[in-house]
Design a protein. Structure first.
Length: 179
């Protein structure tokens, strides 16, 4: 049972809904920007680049607000794609593609755990989680244009940065102590 006053519970609920809607808006803006860039016949390539760059820069500087959601989104996709493997025979997706996506989403979720409930990020951590999120959004945008295997390339680009960020060790001693 939650012991907080009702007004605090309502505020918390609005924060959660706001975070979900903001994450969805970021995904939509990245998708629209990508589609405007890849469809030059619409004559909105410039607008696409502005949308894409503005969204990425905003995501980079607001990482501490949405990083914990990224872990949840990656975990949700990992669980969801696990079920996809069992139903792949009925769909257009090959079994190997489904397995690759599932393993990639699980790896992304595991690597994103280190960002959960963190409030201070190094610039490289900000870059890696922003790049991974943008690559995930890019994969969803490509689904409509490049077919069922479209998510493999963006996820394969986003994973190495998360892996490098997760494997780097924090510097425990200042450099000047060693001289």
């Amino acid at each position: 049972m939650d012991n907080r006053p009702a007004i605090e519970q309502v505020k918390s609920g609005f924060k959660i809904v706001g975070a979900i809607l903001t994450s969805f808006a970021a995904m939509v803006l990245v998708s629209v920007g990508y589609l405007d860039i890849t469809n030059p016949e619409k004559h909105r390539v410039g607008l696409g680049w502005v949308l894409l760059l503005a969204t990425i820069v905003t995501m980079f500087f607001t990482v501490r607000f949405w990083a914990s959601w990224f872990c949840g989104i990656a975990s949700y996709l990992a669980v969801r794609s696990t079920f996809l493997i069992f139903f792949v025979q009925k769909g257009r997706l090959s079994l190997w593609t489904a397995i690759s996506l599932t393993l990639s989403f699980w790896l992304m979720a595991i690597l994103a755990i280190r960002f959960y409930r963190r409030h201070k990020f190094s610039y490289f951590d900000q870059l890696s989680i922003t790049a991974a999120a943008v690559c995930l959004f890019w994969g969803f945008a490509r689904l409509g244009t490049a077919g069922d295997n479209a998510m493999l390339v963006p996820v394969a680009i986003g994973l190495p940065l998360l892996f490098i960020s997760a494997s780097k060790k924090p510097l425990r001693h200042p450099l000047h102590k060693f001289s």
